[in-house]
Design a binder for this molecule. Structure first.
Ligand SMILES: *Cc1c(COP(=O)(O)O)cnc(C)c1O
Length: 388
């Protein structure tokens, strides 16, 4: 079945009323017929009908056994780490999302969970870095912001051979582009704040498990720790997902054209986009992802923060903001914004230079977006020659 049709018809009609839009069950508790006798809902931290629609939808879209909705992407990541115990080790992608790095390092290391980081795009590095204590391999693919791609199938085999779990942060790809559980991963997490909701209007997170058994463990953690998603935000994410396939297709078409244009721009040095054949992981991206996605990063011929700052400040349609995955285009300067907390040496090593600019390409018309960037480059070029 076509993905868009599949999504729309995976959202059930309300069984009670026939409402075609999922009702928002704004309630904390549910009246019971007799003590312990109820319709499957007793207290809304444990279960809520609106949240359940989202959770079951995400399990379906990721081809998993069970799905869970959390109050943020980081709360979803936190729930997965809670599967571990003191003494266990996490092996993580070196280019990891800053918030995940902060959580692993500054919260979980003090509880005796250690984390090693390695370049997971090279399978030999993963094999070398796994130890007997490794209980969880953590990857993002593509990564943020330089869009490195790791071979999920190959890493899943390493995880199996070493009896540890593989969790893939699938935020950048979304399930319409990439299904990590089909490639052998045990868990998938999302920041639903990004493509799933798609409109830059909420914060949410998702965990999907491959097995019922892992699902039972995450369910226990979700209820015990309590970082659940509200009924209204659950409803908004479901509504966002209704157009996910259409949006990701349009984000990708636009981003592909913008990436190709940026390659021809004289002020630009490197363009990072998995849809370009020059991307170092292009081949694996083609195999594993249906769409290259809507995020592009590029740096400048002169690694000058002032120049990069000027560029990100004067675009018309690309609004200067953190985050990504919304219908409106955003631009950001990672060294001063999303990646400011990462030590300069580590930041440089992963390609996040002072002039690296990240675009979250929206669904505006591609020509309008390209004109916006062309105007900005023309303007800074004039300023540069005046200054020189
Ligand atoms: C944004 C993001 C997160 C964190 O999600 P929040 O919803 O902001 O808590 C995790 N992973 C990736 C790849 C992200 O982009």
């Amino acid at each position: 079945m076509n993905e868009q049709t599949h999504i729309l018809h995976s959202i059930p009609v309300d069984p009670l009323t026939g409402a075609i839009s999922t009702p928002i069950y704004q309630t904390s508790t549910f009246v019971q017929e007799a003590p312990g006798v109820h319709k499957g809902f007793d207290y809304a931290r444990s279960n809520n009908p609106t949240r359940q629609v989202l959770e079951q939808l995400m399990a379906k879209l990721e081809n998993g056994a069970r799905g869970f909705a959390f109050s943020s992407g980081l709360a979803a990541i936190d729930a997965v780490v809670k599967l571990l115990k003191s003494g266990d080790e996490i092996l993580a992608v070196d280019d990891i999302y800053g918030g995940a790095f902060r959580l692993f390092t500054h919260i979980y290391e003090k509880f005796g969970i250690t984390v090693r980081y390695t370049d997971t795009t090279q399978i030999e590095h993963v094999i070398d870095a796994v130890t007997e204590k490794t209980k969880l391999i953590w990857i993002e693919s593509p990564t943020n912001p330089t869009l490195k791609i790791s071979d999920i199938r190959a890493i899943a085999q390493v995880a199996k051979a070493n009896h540890c779990l593989l969790c893939v942060d699938n935020t950048f790809a979304s399930p319409v582009s990439q299904k990590p559980l089909d490639l052998g991963a045990d868990l998938v997490v999302h920041s639903a704040t990004k493509y799933l909701s798609g409109h830059s209007d909420l914060i949410a997170g998702i965990v999907v498990t491959k097995t019922q058994e892992l699902g039972d463990q995450i369910k226990f953690i979700q209820n015990a720790s309590g970082a659940i998603l509200s009924p209204f935000d659950s409803w908004l994410v479901v509504r966002g997902i209704e157009t996910l396939s259409l949006r990701v297709k349009q984000h990708t078409e636009n981003a592909q054209r913008i990436a190709e244009y940026l390659q021809t721009e004289s002020l630009v040095k490197n363009v990072y986009y998995p849809g370009l054949s020059a991307h170092p992981n292009y081949r694996i991206a083609q195999q594993q992802q249906k769409y290259a996605g809507g995020v592009i990063a590029f740096d400048l011929q002169i690694d000058d923060k002032a120049l990069a700052t000027q560029i990100v400040s004067i675009t018309k349609y690309f609004k200067l903001a953190e985050s990504l995955g919304g219908v409106k285009s955003l631009i950001c300067l990672p060294c001063e914004m999303t990646h400011k907390s990462i030590p300069q040496e580590k930041r440089y090593a992963s390609g996040v230079t002072d002039s690296l600019i990240r675009l979250s390409v929206g669904i505006e018309d591609a020509d309008d977006l390209i004109d916006d960037l062309k105007n900005v480059f023309a303007q800074v070029q004039i300023n540069q020659s005046v200054n020189a």
